[in-house]
Design a protein around this ligand. Structure first.
Ligand code: PHE
Length: 454
């Protein structure tokens, strides 16, 4: 639907699906479990939930306000709403964060393609947990295979973006998202009924507060921003395609609930299974790739064809979830280059794809032959992850809340949140209060503590 020269999402469902498609991805199924494992389980999850509801959702509404009001890409948005000020740097930082995320994200998305192939070729059958660990390690450190998959994935995403078949994705998401959800539920059932799964469930439900330090807070906050696609103008860019009837608060709430539910359920697949086969919960980025194949093998040991179908379906859906998030990341940079530098959309998209391919290949190699090359003790892959999720996104979120809470005229904020007074939004005052005081202070305190500034 084109209105006023700019594309619009067709329906309310389309709006929620596109935003949820951006939010739900590898962040939920790959990153959430491994961060939970790194930071010791239940206590991390509780702090994460606090970050989602107290910081994430109000900041999501703030991004929606900026995007829909300005009707342009994230960097242009600040120029329109705050002309001649330095706020445009906030938008630019978001674009840069998008580039960096896309680079390491597509490495992992490439891994999912390898696992789709493996699953299709029935490659998991008969392997032991140790063999799964070994085959992941030799695959991810191989200089060629992951690189080829990452390039293939980016080209695929690129093709969809320039052909403008996102609409097709939007439509198929209506089927695929619920399918992913049902599959996840089935897998939770399988995982919790494995022998020895109980300690995994305890790990998720019994908080051990003694392990909580400022690191855990930063980790949980970073994960919340990453998972909700927040702090870099992604949802702001999407909101520029919303129409004037979209209920911003309700959309934020729906997206937040869907995203959180999927992450928690992913935890309930991974940990019971990991504990059951003796895989360490802090295995890091490899966690889902070494744990899940075991779930398929063990839970369906009596019916190998079911194991086959489920594993193929799971990895295909995971790759598609990664694809919808990738498209949203790509869109931020593409819309920026297209609208700000007057490049054609096609050229802008090529520029983004090309540079991410280059950086992505470096990230991928940094897990194998480039292992020795580190900065602050982190290889490039981990460095990009750390800098974006734990610094740039929360920092972006902090300034977005200051922008909407303090800088932007309250009349604009009110008009956007209530759709010019046509909606009754009970939480309006609470949202503004959080954006003004709670979010900037909470994010600031977590940063200060982490950096040991006081
Ligand atoms: N939220 C996405 C996921 O969970 C990742 C993402 C981060 C997408 C930031 C866009 C912006 O996979």
């Amino acid at each position: 639907m084109i209105k006023g020269g700019r594309a619009n999402f067709g329906s309310r469902m389309g709006v929620i699906l596109a935003s949820a498609g951006s939010a739900v991805g590898l962040g939920n199924i790959w990153r959430f479990p491994y961060e939970t494992g790194n930071y010791g389980g239940a206590a991390f999850i509780l702090i994460y939930l606090g970050c989602i509801f107290l910081l994430g959702l109000p900041i999501m509404v703030a991004e929606f306000v900026i995007g829909r009001r300005s009707q342009t890409n994230t960097a242009g948005a600040y120029q329109r709403l705050a002309p001649g000020t330095h706020w445009r740097w906030l938008g630019r930082m978001g674009v840069l964060a998008g580039f960096l995320i896309l680079s390491f994200y597509s490495v992992v998305a490439g891994w999912t393609l390898e696992y789709v192939m493996e699953a299709l070729g029935n490659g998991f059958a008969g392997k032991t947990p140790d063999e799964f660990i070994q085959s992941f390690q030799s695959f991810s450190s191989n200089p060629w295979k992951p690189t080829i998959w990452l390039v293939a994935f980016l080209l695929f995403a690129h093709f969809i973006i320039v052909k403008g078949v996102e609409k097709g994705i939007e439509k198929s998401s209506k089927i695929l998202m619920p399918l992913l959800f049902v599959l996840i539920l089935v897998l939770v059932g399988c995982s919790v009924s494995l022998p020895g799964a109980k300690s995994g469930i305890e790990f998720l439900l019994k908080p051990d507060w003694s392990k909580v330090d400022s690191n855990v807070f930063l980790g949980a906050m970073g994960q919340a921003f990453f998972s909700l696609s927040l702090g870099m103008g992604c949802l702001c860019t999407y909101a520029s395609y919303f129409n004037k009837n979209t209920n911003l608060t309700r959309t934020a709430f729906s997206v937040g609930i869907i995203d959180t539910l999927i992450a928690i359920l992913a935890g309930f697949i991974i940990f019971p299974a990991a504990f059951s086969v003796g895989i360490q919960p802090d295995a890091g980025p490899s966690l889902i790739f070494i744990t899940l194949p075991n779930v398929f093998q063990q839970a369906f040991s009596g019916a190998p064809w079911l194991a086959y179908i489920f594993s193929v379906m799971f990895y295909v859906l995971l790759a598609l979830a990664a694809l919808t998030s990738t498209i949203s990341l790509h869109e931020v940079a593409t819309a920026y280059l297209h609208e700000e530098f007057k490049l054609s959309r096609k050229r802008a998209a090529w520029l983004v794809t090309g540079s991410c391919m280059f950086l992505g290949v470096l990230c991928s190699l940094s897990l194998g032959i480039g292992k020795g090359l580190t900065l602050f003790g982190l290889n490039l892959f981990d460095l990009f992850d750390y800098v974006t999720a734990k610094i740039m996104l929360p920092l972006g979120g902090m300034f977005i809340s200051i922008f909407v809470g303090w800088y932007l005229d309250k009349k604009i904020v009110w008009e956007e949140i209530t759709n010019n007074g046509t909606l009754k939004v009970g939480v309006y005052r609470a949202i503004v209060f959080i954006l003004k005081y709670i979010a900037p202070v909470a994010i600031g305190v977590i940063f200060i503590n982490e950096l040991n500034l006081i």
